[in-house]
Design a protein around this ligand. Structure first.
Ligand code: DLZ
Length: 163
């Protein structure tokens, strides 16, 4: 049992070989977002999603995550879900609240508009230390959590379809 503290109980369903999943990664605070990406990719691969079914793209910052998720869903109608990964850290100005709000609202909106899971794997932290702790440190890895939630949502979606 992993002693690292995660915010949620991570249970991962099986039978994931047919899912095609987009992963959009913000380059801002890149060492943190790379760790989120590694956590998400590793979790998906270990859960049986083939490497060829992962579609990974970079964007400049978290603000671009929602539009890139929509762009990907428009460009490729085989994609079943999109995981958005980013790291927003509080600075001296009010940028944090504007970017964090727009990113969270935008990601939620894309999921609702397209009717597919669009995951919020974005850290919103006061300090770089908090971000490191949540990207493979003492508080787990939000990329892992986002990937696990993605698979849970895909199976929930599958159950909703009429037989
Ligand atoms: C501009 C900006 C700032 C100041 N801080 C962050 C941050 O902490 N995390 C992040 O993901 N992005 C940041 N950005 C960039 C914006 O998300 C966006 O890329 C730019 O405003 C261009 O639209």
């Amino acid at each position: 049992m992993d002693k690292k503290k995660n915010l949620s109980d991570i249970s991962i369903p099986t039978n994931n070989a047919n899912f095609k999943i987009g992963i959009i990664v913000s380059k801002w605070n890149e060492s943190v977002t790379n760790a989120l990406k590694e956590g998400a990719v590793q979790t998906l691969l270990e859960s049986g999603v083939p490497q060829n079914n992962l579609f990974v793209y970079d964007v400049p910052g978290s603000f671009e995550l929602p539009s890139a998720a929509a762009m990907l869903l428009d460009a490729n109608d085989e994609i079943n879900a999109v995981i958005c990964l980013g790291c927003i850290i509080q600075g001296e100005t009010r940028h944090f609240e504007f970017i964090a709000q727009a990113t969270a609202n935008g990601i939620a909106k894309v999921g609702i508009e397209y009717g597919v899971p669009v995951l919020f794997g974005v850290l919103t932290c006061d300090t770089a230390e908090q971000a490191e702790a949540r990207s493979g440190g003492t508080h787990g890895n939000k990329g892992v959590e986002a990937a696990a939630s993605c698979l849970q949502m895909l199976h929930t979606h599958k159950k909703m379809h009429r037989k």
